[in-house]
Design a protein around this ligand. Structure first.
Ligand SMILES: [Zn+2]
Length: 209
């Protein structure tokens, strides 16, 4: 039993009264309805969900399931055959969970936007925004993170992040943005350090194949 997860459940159901705490095999999880609202707080759709703990929570996401089948179990719909939802790419999850996440934050910042995106697809036939699958998704993640699609620049940036040659905080950034380093790729290097050198390098080797 993940105690962090368990401790946060009462607060979650006070914020989301359509969710309730269930117990199975000595494990607590959340089950119920999640409403999706538009900008004017009008409910535009609802999904039947379960949220289960993972061992790594709060340093990784819990598991979220859409249990009724309003969303097809199809990787093209970012939903797996066990009903679990694919919220984002692993690297993005690692960064978001770096300081630990709360369940409420997870629901508000990750789960609700995921289902809002699904509703948009159900209505219009396409996603508002999405990561492609597998290697292409990882590639897009790193292109956005580095703000560059040039592998030479990626490895230059990695050397800066993990090597000794540090850029002066107030110097112009090495990416030629014209912005001070401390407001530019300094943050990119921090993200790389969170993901970890070995994982970054393995990912980059994988996507450049
Ligand atoms: Zn820069």
């Amino acid at each position: 039993m993940n105690q962090d997860f368990k401790n946060q459940l009462p607060e979650v159901i006070s914020v989301f009264p359509d969710l309730s705490i269930k117990h199975i095999n000595g494990q607590d999880f959340l089950k119920g309805i999640l409403d999706i609202a538009d900008e004017s707080s009008t409910v535009i759709g609802s999904f039947s969900v379960e949220i289960h703990p993972t061992e790594e929570f709060p340093y990784r996401f819990p598991k979220i399931f859409e249990v009724v089948g309003d969303i097809p179990c199809d990787i093209d719909w970012h939903k797996f055959s066990d009903n679990s939802c694919c919220i984002t790419v692993e690297q993005d999850e690692i960064i978001k969970c770096h300081n630990g996440i709360t369940l409420i934050n997870f629901i508000e910042k990750e789960v609700i936007p995921y289902f809002a995106n699904q509703l948009y697809r159900i209505k219009t036939g396409r996603y508002l925004n999405e990561y492609p699958h597998g290697k292409a998704g990882v590639r897009l993640f790193y292109c956005e993170l580095f703000r560059s699609s040039n592998p030479k620049f990626w490895f230059f940036c990695i050397e800066r992040a993990f090597g000794n040659s540090k850029t002066g905080r107030n110097d112009k950034c090495y990416c030629n943005s014209g912005i001070k380093y401390k407001k530019c790729h300094f943050f990119v290097e921090e993200m790389l350090q969170i993901i970890g050198k070995q994982k970054v390098i393995n990912d980059l080797i994988l996507i450049s194949k």
